[in-house]
Write a protein that binds this ligand. Structure first.
Ligand SMILES: Cc1cc2nc3c(=O)[nH]c(=O)nc-3n(C[C@H](O)[C@H](O)[C@H](O)COP(=O)(O)OP(=O)(O)OC[C@H]3O[C@@H](n4cnc5c(N)ncnc54)[C@H](O)[C@@H]3O)c2cc1C
Length: 318
């Protein structure tokens, strides 16, 4: 079902020319696949993001916040929920204290933030260099690499919390909350927000940094980048397709099931890293989805382990 006509009218009235209809989503995702969004609006700041989400809650219109689109697979049929693209990208370093921090809006690119920190001689985020996508997406998925993760870097975040009573009373200012890191209940590639979608939006975050030298930070970053180059395929992917099951690696299980290099249409299980599925150019979301099913089925048959998706399926899969 498309975004129903009455809702589209409400959206047109509110957003005017900022509302894009039938807007292709493939170019907004790292896998470069997926159909159009019935309705799409972009937030240019955290204030705008809060205003848009509040409006959608008030009008009971379902939505999806799109960060860098690097951890999702959008259906070929596209998305019926309103897509809210997050371009809130302001960054403010506080490097005068003994314990430096950075305040960042949730639509900032996480890898770029890490590179800026390194260039200022601030350490602590080197692990995030090479992770595409936004700070907001990294918080929701508790992104991690090289033995660190968001849970170990985040101090607190500014959150918009859905609250029916406050919404019905028009008390929209009370929707803004500050969450300390513990409140996110982070687990491996998961957070409270990921487990209950639609109830919170990440507006901004404060992350812990350390004083170091530019050279030390950049050396660490270069080593991590080199490691990625050696172990992960270039091109259009979603990063790791499946979570690692306890005590094992999804890539090892897929590889030992004999699936490296297997292709469906123009989608391929990477022969460099079997947990990466690559769009060779013309793949569809269905091609990738078929590969997901083949990998899950074969790994169950060969190893008796059910691989759980790390990426999120978005849009209309019926
Ligand atoms: C080449 C490559 C390498 C990768 N390497 C890694 C890695 O080393 N480690 C790792 O953990 N991941 C990795 N990933 C996966 C991905 O980059 C991360 O999960 C990233 O943090 C996702 O951020 P995003 O902005 O792209 O999120 P999206 O894919 O846009 O969204 C993911 C989810 O977060 C929600 N969301 C996004 N922003 C907000 C917000 N502001 N408020 C509320 N909800 C929000 C979305 O609605 C969605 O549910 C890799 C991906 C690629 C393509």
């Amino acid at each position: 079902m498309e975004v129903i006509t009455t809702q589209l009218e409400v959206l047109r009235q509110k957003f005017g020319s900022r509302l894009l209809e039938n807007e292709p989503l493939a170019r907004l995702t790292s896998a470069r696949v997926g159909g159009p969004a019935d309705a799409l609006v972009t937030a240019e700041s955290a204030v705008e993001l809060a205003e848009i989400i509040t409006f959608l809650w008030q009008n009971e219109i379902s939505y999806f916040i799109l960060g860098g689109g690097s951890n999702i697979l959008v259906s070929d049929k596209g998305a019926r929920d309103v897509v809210v693209v997050n371009h809130a990208r302001a960054i403010r370093f506080n490097d005068t204290d003994d314990q430096p921090t950075v305040w960042v809006e949730s639509g900032a690119n996480f890898g770029a933030l890490a590179r800026q920190a390194c260039a200022r001689g601030l350490g602590g985020l080197e692990w995030a260099i090479g992770i595409p996508g936004t700070v907001g997406g990294a918080i929701v998925g508790n992104a991690g690499a090289h033995g660190a993760d968001m849970a170990s870097s985040l101090l607190l975040a500014e959150i918009l919390q859905r609250n029916s009573t406050a919404l019905s009373l028009g008390k929209v200012d009370s929707l803004k909350e500050t969450w300390p890191v513990e409140k996110f209940e982070f687990r491996y590639r998961s957070s409270l927000l990921k487990r209950q979608p639609g109830y919170q939006a990440v507006l901004a975050a404060v992350m812990q940094l350390t004083h170091t030298s530019v050279e030390a930070a950049q050396n660490k970053a270069t080593a991590f980048t080199e490691y990625r180059r050696r172990t992960q395929p270039p091109g259009a992917t979603m990063g790791s397709m499946f979570k690692n099951p306890p005590g094992d690696f999804a890539g090892r299980l897929i590889e030992s099931a004999g699936l490296k290099g297997l292709a469906v249409g123009d989608a391929e299980i990477s022969s460099l890293h079997a947990n990466f599925f690559v769009n060779r150019g013309q793949a569809t979301a269905s091609d990738i989805f078929n590969l997901i099913q083949i990998a899950q089925q074969t790994v169950i048959e060969k190893h008796g382990i059910r691989l759980e998706l790390e990426i999120e399926l978005v849009g209309d899969w019926n």
